[in-house]
Structures are given as C-alpha cells and as structure tokens.
Design a protein around this ligand. Sequence first.
Ligand SMILES: [Fe+2]
Ligand SMILES: [Fe+2]
Length: 175
Amino acid sequence: MVSYIQKEGDRLKQSFFIRTAAETAGRSRLAMTDRFIQHGNVTCLLHTVAVAYYSYYVFKKIPLLRLRRRELVRGALLHDYFLYDWHTPDPSHRLHGFTHPKTALANAERDLTLTETERDIIAKHMFPLTPKPPMRKESVIVCLVDKICSLYEVFKRNPYRNKELRLAYARIKKP
Ligand SMILES: [Fe+2]
Ligand SMILES: [Fe+2]
C-alpha cells in the first residue's frame, strides 16, 4: 500500500501538467500570487492552477479539439498574472474586471517570452466583459473554464481536492 502511494506520487511528479507548472513558475513571479485572495478563501495562485488543471483536463478528454497543451497550460497559469490584491482599494486598479487582462499580459510579457496563443488566452479571458473575443480555441477553453472555476470558488468552501492539482500548487509555492 505504502509503495503504491509512493509510486502514484512519483508518477504525478513526472506529469506534464506539474512539470509545466513548475517550469513556468520557476521563470516568473507566479508564487507571489499566493499572497492575494481571488474568490472566497481561494488564492489567486490556487485559482490559476485550477483553471490550468481543468483546461488541461479538457485537452485530455477531448483529443479531437487538438489543443496545444503547453500553451494552454501556460496561458491558463498566467491569465490572472496582474500581481496585486484586487480587494484593496487603489486608483491604479479601479475597474479591475475590465483592466486586469491587460495588466496580466504586460506582466507576463515582462517575465516570459509568450506565444501568440498564450497572449490571446491572457488578453481575452474576460470576454464578454471585455469586448474582444478569444481568437484561439485554447483561449475559448480558458475563458469558459475560468468562469466555471470562479463560480465554484464563490460557492464552495475549501474547493479543489484533486491530488495532481494540489501537487502542482505545492510545487509552485515551495519549489
Ligand atoms: Fe481574470
Ligand atoms: Fe481567473
């Protein structure tokens, strides 16, 4: 039993999702987003890991969509990379709902080299609140998953018990 759990833990540590999450965090300031609350008691970091995890879940479950998995996961991880607490009143982030995709994109471009798909994911994830629609299928997935995760976080106390999701979250918090 112990060795099964050990093997399962080792398998998950090798997973594409966890490796990509750890690699993206290693080159950015993603870990600091754990200081900010997003919805309910969920931090911004846990929210973005969850959106990335369930976007990746769609990739695995619907191969017909032929999603670019690396860009899907990276874009989802960075979609809320605005790097401030949006609950704190501050003139620099008034109208947060409308402006944060742009801020997140500028921050991500400062720290990482992004592909066009990753840019589209970050910039368009608040559609239809922001008027420009997603132009890539990966952006459509993240836009939808983000809305579902956000609702779930508002209504569910202590959400996200999935082991792979939690391991990725822990790896980013303590590399
Ligand atoms: Fe957002
Ligand atoms: Fe989000």
